[in-house]
Design a protein around this ligand. Sequence first.
Ligand code: GDP
Ligand code: IMO
Ligand code: MG
Length: 407
Amino acid sequence: MKHPVVVGLQYGDEGKGKITDSLAKQAEWVIRFNGGSNAGHTLWLNGQKLVTHSVPSGVLYSHVKNFIGAGCVIHPLALKKELEELAGAGAKLGSDRLLIDSRAHLTLPIHLALDGAREAGASGIGTTKKGIGPTYTSKTDRSGIRVAQLDAPDLEERIRFLLEVFNPILKAAGQTESTLKENLEVIRVAQQLIGPHVSREATPFYDIAKKSRCVLEGAQGILLDIDHGTYPYVTSSNTIPAFASIGTPFPSSRIGRILGVAKAYLTRVGQGPMPTELHDETGQRIREKGHEFGATTGRPRRTGWLDLDELRLSVRLSDCSGIVLTKSDILSGEAKVAARIDGKLVEFEGWSSVTEGEALHPKMETFVQAIEKHVGIPVVALGTGADRAAMFWRRPIDDFWSDDVST
Ligand code: GDP
Ligand code: IMO
Ligand code: MG
């Protein structure tokens, strides 16, 4: 059996959470492989809104086990708040339903201070200020603290070393240095909160992947990938689906269909290039109709037309076999919509609704076919609203665990 990976094809917030949730119904495991609390994945259930940040979006199904992989970073205080919110909404995650890889790194107060200090200066890029960049920095320079170290005898010594390496940066920036005490306080929270959920197995999915349906859920979007995105306006992890079997020890031969999620238009939070950005009232209208305000930071998202040149690049970088197009319903009622094709903005007639009877609205179909023609792969489904049921599948959902990934 092979397993699908869900990734965003743009600058994040494409609707990955909703698509992961749709697939989770048929799955036993949902696995996150990158990012941390910078992500905000929105799920809607019976008119109630829930946002997952570090926790995979399989939380709404009580039969689904959720795994946070080694490629993720964990902010203990944010995770605590997230788990409390989910429990309050009826999704209580015991140690049977949430497992955290002991190799994942922790985001501590020093990381938040460093992110804040960088953002306060001229070299800020508009991060989520969740300490993501500094946590991955300390991971790669081998001074970071892993979940596995929470009960290690040399933990305090390791934290002293982390502070020794990074406090000089805060000092040079004229900021208050981070104290051992404040970092240890968060460590105590982490010990209590994360302790019961730790998975120390080296290859947990080696056998599981042979028989149980899994969904691998990415965070952010392909164009925010640290290596292949719009550097330096990127996040600090790899977002391309190849990372799914690095950020978790998921056997790479078991990765099947890669589903790329893309909005029918474009949004971006933070700085960086966005050739189709709309600075006019159309951009403002789309922002309001689409509720385009960050699920994590509440920041207004920049809006623009769909960029098919970039989408083709993302499709190729991710090697995805199908696109799920979300939020076309937000464009319903626009007289004209546009997309960038071969460097030029091309206008399309708008649609009054995404579907008409059992089929796509003819104008919607024309738009979808233009996407397929330019990027070279099929649009396998469309979102028709925020609710989990608001989907129009052009390929049967049961196909997603097949070994044949050609469509
Ligand atoms: P993610 O980070 O990729 O999971 O996406 P976010 O949750 O940050 O942002 C996507 C937003 O669009 C959320 O508010 C979703 O509820 C909403 N959404 C997802 N798909 C659709 C869709 O097809 N139509 C509409 N109207 N809203 C959608
Ligand atoms: P989801 O998973 C949208 C953006 C930030 C900033 C850049 C770097 O919900 O799609 P970081 O805090 O990661 O160092 O910020 O990346 N960014 C996101 N934008 N959705 C996200 O996640 C994002 N995660 C990070 O706005 O431009
Ligand atoms: Mg989001």
